[in-house]
Ligand binder design. Structure first.
Ligand code: ADP
Ligand code: MG
Length: 349
């Protein structure tokens, strides 16, 4: 994480803020990067009439993303604000009054649980916390890194029932019925927040831009007034590969989200243990190396990227090919690249 942050800082230093490219009015491309939100780098690219207009949109996007980041945070508290951590802290104690943005995320996440047959479960916090703690200790003291014992994980499994997340829409409260359960919205919240913020920006007149929060990309409209669509790269999991971008995808009013085993992990006895947990084995999924989802809604894309990462390629392919307006690309463990039925329409050879 620290390395990621340092890399991000370098990236920001290297990128000139508000850099403008072309000079023609209405066709000027602006770009900005900022740190902190969702522990990752946020990037905005847009074509606007003026720098002022760009600044107005990027401020709106930044302020809104910050609000979502604070509300959806499971690790930190914020003065005068009930967030997901507050809900977790009151598990088995009492319902917590929360902002509608939290209620909406949790309702959305319950739907996604159903659609994905439980492969993405925001009530998996008890299990994910064990992996999080072992990963943190294993990174800080790598010589003594350990894998969590199975019985500990199995005991935590008994506290992951999403039906015990009680949402009262009239009272605007959330109550976790099981005192030992907790929410972890890491698989969904970032993409969901990007989608809501993109919609708000569009309502405010934003018609040509790319919003990327740590690789959760949402493409809006075309590049300025041209007919050109946005180009978004799918990253090569091999960090030092000669070809850092595997494929370039053409997108307009679409989202692209990747889940992979190469971003967050720790190593025990030479074996890597990453951060996406198979709800059946309670261990990191080993089916594939990475999955990229492309569909209109960035919240759905985020949820599906985690869910499909938790399926074999064959199961994932059947699942995706059944969904409208949804495509996927898999990087298999042997390096082969596979596509859903109509994915090829979106790529540049
Ligand atoms: P990233 O966080 O790299 O964008 P994902 O969208 O795939 O990747 O989310 C991974 C995060 O989701 C993990 O860090 C963890 O907090 C949470 N998570 C891991 N496995 C599951 C799962 N099976 N169901 C729900 N959440 C999960
Ligand atoms: Mg996800």
């Amino acid at each position: 994480m620290v390395r990621k942050i340092i890399a991000s800082i370098l990236m920001v230093l290297l990128t000139m803020n508000f850099a403008a490219c072309k000079a023609a009015p209405k066709e000027t491309r602006y770009e900005s990067d900022f740190l902190v939100l969702f522990n990752t780098v946020t990037k905005i690219v847009a074509y606007t009439e003026s720098k002022e207009e760009f600044t107005r949109y990027s401020k709106l996007i930044y302020d809104e993303l910050k609000e979502y980041h604070e509300l959806y945070d499971i690790y930190n508290s914020y003065d005068g604000k009930n967030n997901i951590k507050t809900i977790n802290d009151h598990a088995g104690i009492k319902p917590v009054k929360v902002d509608q943005k939290i209620i909406d995320l949790l309702l959305f996440s319950k739907d996604e649980y159903k659609i994905t047959d439980g492969k993405v479960n925001i009530a998996l916090g008890a299990v994910l916390k064990i992996w999080h703690d072992y990963r943190k200790e294993g990174i800080d003291d790598f010589e003594n890194a350990k894998v969590p014992p199975r019985d500990k994980l199995e005991a935590a499994r008994t506290h992951t029932d999403i039906n015990k997340v009680i949402i009262d829409e009239v009272e605007s409260t959330v109550f976790l019925e099981d005192p030992h359960m907790s929410l972890d919205v890491g698989a969904i919240a970032k993409g969901y927040a990007v989608e809501q913020v993109a919609k708000l920006a569009i309502e405010n007149g934003f018609e040509s831009g790319l919003i990327s929060v740590g690789g959760n990309v949402r493409a809006i409209g075309h590049k300025g007034q041209s007919k050109e669509v946005w180009n978004v790269g799918i990253q090569n999991p091999e960090k030092d590969a000669a070809q850092p971008i595997l494929k370039v995808v053409y997108l307009s009013d679409m989202s692209l989200v990747t889940s992979g085993n190469y971003e967050r992990y720790y190593t025990v006895d030479g074996k890597k243990y990453h951060h996406i947990i198979d709800t059946e084995t309670l261990f990191p999924s080993e089916y594939v190396t990475a999955v990229t989802i492309i569909c209109p809604d960035s919240g759905v894309a985020d949820s599906l990227s985690t869910a499909v990462f938790n399926m074999s390629f064959e199961e994932g392919l059947a699942f995706i090919d059944d969904l409208p307006d949804t495509e996927a690309v898999w990087i298999l463990n042997n390096g082969d690249i596979k596509y859903s039925a109509h994915f090829k329409d979106l790529i540049k050879e």
